[in-house]
Design a protein around this ligand. Structure first.
Ligand code: TRP
Length: 447
């Protein structure tokens, strides 16, 4: 049996720590940039609130009801509610997804660590776009450098998870998210005064629906899942610790809103810098690393601010990475009987090995393309755009269709008020239909 979080705030902090990470600041701007901005952002926002939020509520409610790791929770609830044990496959898919995501997440986390050092060494001072571009290319073309920082990031994650997470994490996130937001607001002031803010705003919020290809739609939905950490059981795992008297509805809304605000804030900082400097919004995974240093190099105290910023970003990535490694470790401990320390090391080692595929995707194997592109492109596409939506689909189908309404109302709102009714309609109809349509559309069924 599980312990419990000390309070609702502790739970919010843990889920926010998982949700807020590289997905908001590194990934959201670059995928929005690659997919044409405005229309993509609009679909992303729709997916966050209409699809992602009900899934998050479903995951928390299942987690709290099961009070175990996601796989055992789904097995037990499946048996209780329908006599069918196969629902635990959701947990299996989640373990696979978290393993794969972490393998590349850690490599990108390594980039942020490298940028801590660059900032501290005054590398950005008065650097222009070309210098920063070659700085970034220098990093990603070096197998040794990438491997080194990937190892450091994965090592840090493993140490935290192996020691057992809760206390340290709460304290860290409580400080981390506000500090990160504070620096971003500082950068926003720079973007407004020195960037092309109007162009940035237009790019982010003026929808041009001709840019919305079926694939872009799927990527927007996948990004919503990725950013909210839903679809693989991470939130379910944390829900297992939520005290019974706390409101799942309110806490989910708080986390989803904060996560989305931070992603938009990142976009509002980055795109004005992109347009003021004639950079390409569709630059790809290097976007943040080539734009923010421009701002940092021109503002007073930029080296200090930059060091802090990339450090905080690395920490935000770390709290997310922890939530990706934790399910694998919890599973090894609870069903394979391993000791926590050895389970942490074993899982981290596996993820670390797998990370090499991402490391070489940016250099020696950059031209080795299949299906969606490099290894990295494929792992990313498979996890964000296929495994997470599938996981979210089945979680809500279970919570909305299989679970009896008394059980779900019991967790969400025993008076079965309006918000509960809205959740139920979303979980039963809107989420499954939306996910299915976006999928079918992307594989060309409607064209
Ligand atoms: N949401 C995190 C981010 O935005 C990444 C992440 C952590 C995640 N845990 C997850 C994504 C679980 C999907 C599923 O950086």
């Amino acid at each position: 049996m599980h312990g419990q979080w000390s309070s609702r705030l502790a739970f919010i902090l843990a889920v926010a720590g998982s949700a807020v990470g590289l997905g908001n600041i590194w990934k959201f701007p670059y995928v929005a940039g690659q997919n044409g901005g405005g229309a993509f952002v609009l679909v992303y926002l729709l997916c966050v609130f209409v699809v992602g939020l009900p899934i998050m509520m479903s995951e928390v409610l299942l987690g709290r009801r099961g009070r175990r790791n996601p796989m055992s929770t789904m097995r037990i609830l499946g048996q209780e509610e329908s006599g069918n044990r196969h629902w635990q496959l959701i947990g299996v898919g989640g373990l696979l997804a978290s393993f794969l995501i972490l393998s590349y997440y850690s490599v990108i986390g390594g980039w942020t660590l490298h940028y801590v050092v660059l900032a501290a060494r005054d590398t950005f001072i008065d650097a222009n776009a070309e210098i920063l571009q070659s700085e970034f290319n220098g990093l990603v073309s070096s197998v040794g450098n990438l491997t080194f920082w990937h190892s450091v990031f994965m090592g840090l994650t493993a140490v935290v998870v192996a020691r057992g997470v809760e206390q340290g994490l709460e304290a860290a996130v409580r400080f981390l998210v506000p500090a990160l937001v504070a620096i971003m607001v500082g950068l926003l002031v720079y973007a407004i005064t020195s960037g092309d803010f109007a162009a940035g705003l237009r790019f982010l919020f003026e929808p041009d629906f001709s840019k919305l290809t079926p694939t872009a739609l799927l990527i927007a939905m996948g990004q919503a899942f990725f950013s909210l950490s839903v679809g693989m059981g991470a939130v379910m795992a944390y829900g297992a610790y939520l005290p019974q008297e706390e409101s799942i509805i309110n806490t989910s809304i708080a986390v989803v809103s904060a996560d989305t605000a931070i992603a938009l804030l990142a976009g509002l900082v980055i795109f004005p810098i992109v347009f003021a400097n004639g950079l390409d919004p569709a630059e790809g995974p290097g976007l943040v690393f080539q734009t923010l240093p421009l701002a940092l190099g021109q503002m007073p105290g930029g080296s200090l601010v930059g060091t802090l910023f990339f450090l905080l970003l690395a920490f935000a990535g770390l709290t997310s990475a922890i939530s990706l490694l934790e399910p694998v470790v919890a599973w090894l401990v609870e069903t394979r009987g391993m000791r926590r320390g050895s389970a942490g090391l074993l899982a981290a080692f596996g993820v670390w090995l797998l990370g090499f595929f991402t490391v070489v995707s940016f250099n020696v194997a950059a031209d080795f393309k299949f299906l969606r592109g490099t290894f990295f492109d494929n792992i990313d596409f498979l996890t964000s755009n296929i495994l997470l939506p599938m996981g979210g689909f089945f979680v809500t189908v279970f919570a909305g269709w299989v679970m009896c309404p008394n059980s779900s109302a019991d967790e969400l709102d025993p008076t079965a008020g309006t918000i509960y009714k809205i959740w139920r309609v979303l979980a039963r109809f809107v989420v499954p239909v939306a996910v299915a349509l976006v999928f079918l559309n992307a594989i060309g069924v409607f064209s």
